[in-house]
Design a binder for this molecule. Sequence first.
Ligand SMILES: Nc1nc2c(c(=O)[nH]1)N[C@H]1C(S)=C(S)[C@@H](COP(=O)(O)OP(=O)(O)OC[C@H]3O[C@@H](n4cnc5c(=O)[nH]c(N)nc54)[C@H](O)[C@@H]3O)O[C@H]1N2
Ligand SMILES: Nc1nc2c(c(=O)[nH]1)N[C@H]1C(S)=C(S)[C@@H](COP(=O)(O)OP(=O)(O)OC[C@H]3O[C@@H](n4cnc5c(=O)[nH]c(N)nc54)[C@H](O)[C@@H]3O)O[C@H]1N2
Ligand code: SF4
Ligand SMILES: [Mo]
Length: 665
Amino acid sequence: MAQPQIRQAACPLNCWDSCGLHVTVENDRVTKVEGDPSHPITQGKICGRGRMLETRTNSLQRLLHPLKKINGKFEQIPWEQALNELAEKLKEIKTVYGTKAVLHSHDYANNGLLKNLDQRFFNCYGGVTELYGSLCWGAGIEAQKWDFGDAYSHEPDDVYNSKNIIIWGRNVARTNMHFYEKLIEAKKRGAKLFVIDPIFNATAKIADQFISIKPGMDGFLAAGIIKEMLRLGLEDRSFIEQLTVGFEEIAWLVGSISLKEISEMAEVPCEVMTHLAEVFAEKPTATFMGLGLQRYQNGGNTIRMIDALVAISGNIGIAGGGANYANLQVGQSFVFDELTLPQFKQRHRQFSIMKQAESVLTAKDPDIKMIVVTCGNPLTQVPDTHVVERAFSSVETLVVIDQFMTDTAKLADYVLPTTTAFEEEDIYYSSMYHHYVNYGPKLISAPGEAKPDLWIWTELAKRLGFGAAFDFTRKQFLEMAFQELERKGISLETLMERHTLELPVKAVPWQDGKFTTPSGKYEFTARFGQERLTLAAPEESKWRNPHLAEKYPYSLLTIHPMRSNHSQNYHLLGGKLKLKVEVAQNIADDLGLQKDDLVRVWNDRGEVNGYLAILTKAHPNTINIDEGMWKQFGGSVNNLTSSNPSDNGLGSTLYDCLVNIEKIN
Ligand SMILES: Nc1nc2c(c(=O)[nH]1)N[C@H]1C(S)=C(S)[C@@H](COP(=O)(O)OP(=O)(O)OC[C@H]3O[C@@H](n4cnc5c(=O)[nH]c(N)nc54)[C@H](O)[C@@H]3O)O[C@H]1N2
Ligand SMILES: Nc1nc2c(c(=O)[nH]1)N[C@H]1C(S)=C(S)[C@@H](COP(=O)(O)OP(=O)(O)OC[C@H]3O[C@@H](n4cnc5c(=O)[nH]c(N)nc54)[C@H](O)[C@@H]3O)O[C@H]1N2
Ligand code: SF4
Ligand SMILES: [Mo]
């Protein structure tokens, strides 16, 4: 028996934190996953989802062989047959209908850099129908591009320079645990902490002040704070005059509504807005936005209004300040085009990721003949599940590459088993929070016939006549993406040796006052002839849709689960899982509902049944059902959500959702 060895590795999960790991390996098996104490940001601590990578790797539910559905039942087939048949189909589609008849449906279930090579495959094939936008953060990213030119955050330790810290719709304690640790430390060092959220979450519990808000109304709240700031003369005149354009427009906009009206709509008292104006003016004040905040039809405008508040208060480009949302600088360190070869794409069509199902059902010239799903589980994660199910069942060939038999995989004609992170080499980073890239070596062999995604692309490429494009080792692919970094003296070799490296990004973005907008300044105004910054309520609200609001009086949030990364862990948790419907106290009181009652939550799109829990101190008329649940455990809450895109077209409206609720037997 070999002695257990502790190896350094990296968490692959789509998460703010991108942790360094210590993985115990014994006889070609992973037996434990812990934190790597030497990682500069994550410092030896990891969450339950990270520890469960052990269960995920060793699970008896892993897919071990290629499967083909024959007469409605899956049968095991050899890889050779699966690859030959798929290559034949791809050739035929290309000749008869053109390559755009293939849809590549993907998400970002794995943060590995080499996961992007699926695009290399589809580009070399000739270009397929791809998805644009993002269910996750699309509205906010686009909003910050209009305002600043890009979406950049301050480096993690800069929070220790802040006098005030505003956590605006980010569930830090649950989704971003290392930032939570920093918040506790910043508080010890004297910073004041404010949490703005419809839910009194674990982060709210450590706040100096919790501001409860009606879901989707944060743009109004920001406008109210700006209004008070201008009334009290607290704005940063020199920043506004020297470094921005369009201030008159926003001053006019906030002047077009009274503080009282804002207070009534956002359900936040006037004096709270006055106080927050003073807090923002007491610089430096750092604002950390979450992603839940912008999953509304008005999501782009919400983020723009919050950006505007941060700008007007003069908290841009200063240590301890910032409109922190995402940190795209991190990913921009790598040369993606070398990996994905966009120049080989001859034909091209795009569907909105939100509307992918509707688009599949209505596509013409050509219609969709094949869907290939990678790093995604659309049947659980994409809004409006019924339509997704119809669309994904409607095509001639559905191919799903996954590690487990997910709800999406169950619909497939071919299911291809893939490796988990410890069975392949890659590097991992997240453009959400910190700016360290981690190396994840291959630690163990894959079980059964599971193969890396890259192996699958390579084998298909050989059969389709573009094998040369994949004739590289994993290390050579990583080197391609590292070209820019090598020029700056940061080498892949060093990363492989040290396991984590700091990327050369700006610690305090926009400090030089040079923005990457067309005007070179911060822009309160529109870009590219797009809509002006506006004050808009959510689509599903009494202001925009009074009939709907009468029928469905409650706002449904579908936030990220504590113990699972989206749909990735539920089947591994064990025990009897129950779908939990969390409601604000007033709903339980008004409807006479009690804890553990079986309830039905419904709207025109669908329904979900689950057991009631009370959300203490949540904003009135708010309900939450965590996302990611599999059919067998109660079903995805996306049965209820809308596939409409956000105002700027690039984000989802997953939380812009009205429902009703009743007790059932
Ligand atoms: N445990 C766990 N952690 C995760 C993930 C996971 O699945 N599980 N997923 C990872 C991924 S991919 C992402 S994108 C991030 C997301 O990280 P977060 O942005 O922190 O989480 P979300 O669940 O998207 O958003 C939830 C927060 O937004 C609040 N919220 C919702 N609507 C509004 C609103 O209108 N106004 C305000 N002010 N607040 C609102 C919710 O009450 C909640 O506190 O988390 C990452 N980390
Ligand atoms: N209602 C509602 N819906 C949501 C959200 C919400 O807040 N509310 N959040 C949205 C957000 S922020 C996000 S980011 C998306 C996430 O949506 P997805 O990325 O689709 O969700 P996951 O469950 O993380 O992963 C999907 C599948 O990828 C597989 N997978 C993991 N690693 C690999 C790999 O290396 N290769 C391959 N081929 N497959 C792999 C997993 O086994 C899993 O089945 O969901 C969105 N959907
Ligand atoms: S899921 Fe996030 S917090 Fe948990 S171990 Fe992975 S990177 Fe760290
Ligand atoms: Mo996400």
